[in-house]
Design a protein around this ligand. Sequence first.
Ligand code: FPP
Length: 240
Amino acid sequence: MPRHVAIVMDGNGRWAKKRFLPRFVGHKQGVDALVDTVRACADRGIEYLTVFAFSSENWKRPEEEVSGLMGLVLMAVSRYLAKLAREGVRIHIVGDREAVSEQVRAAWDQAESSTAHNTRITLSVAFNYGGRWDVVQACRRAMVDGVPPEQLTEERLGSYMALSDAPDLDLFIRTGGEVRISNFLLWQSAYSELHFTDCLWPDFGEAELDVALTSYAARERRFGGIQGAAPQTAAALPAG
Ligand code: FPP
């Protein structure tokens, strides 16, 4: 079982279009799918779930859709926060909060503070997040802290990245049929297993999660090594 799963929740618009409904209805249905998926992950012992709810590039969408998605945050927090808190979910928001309205920021603050003591599963919601933004903000913070270049190791820079308190990402899922990472967890997905499905996000549920978990269980994770071979150190290898 993976400890840390991330999902690009794609396909809300197409789900709505297929039903001759406005795109917003697809996003609203997407929130329900998310709540069900958090529960299903917690039931299976997954400790960390990270989802892409709004990318740094989603500002390019029509104003109506962007404000609809912001409104959905407020709706989701007022409708589901108490329930998720009771079920042991710790909510954590990752992304650039500067550009979002004060109302949305306040909703996220409330979601984080009222679930901070929970330990069953950590739900990290990437909102106004981009993988490249994450690398840049980590470098900036390391520079502000005065980390000398020769001390900027992968571990040290990793400690400034979003999700630094979570274990490495094990399984990266994308719904909606596209086979790309779309600037999601670029640093954190270095050795994660990838799973792509045509299922549109509002249709995602326990059955689809289990398909992804079964596929993950069959993977051989080598992290760049060879199965059965003892790891070497570069210094121990013959020159050349
Ligand atoms: C991609 O589908 C989905 C999004 C840009 C938004 C995802 C958001 C949610 C599921 C709601 C979660 C919200 C909160 C408050 C946590 P798309 O619109 O690109 O679909 P399409 O590819 O079919 O057009």
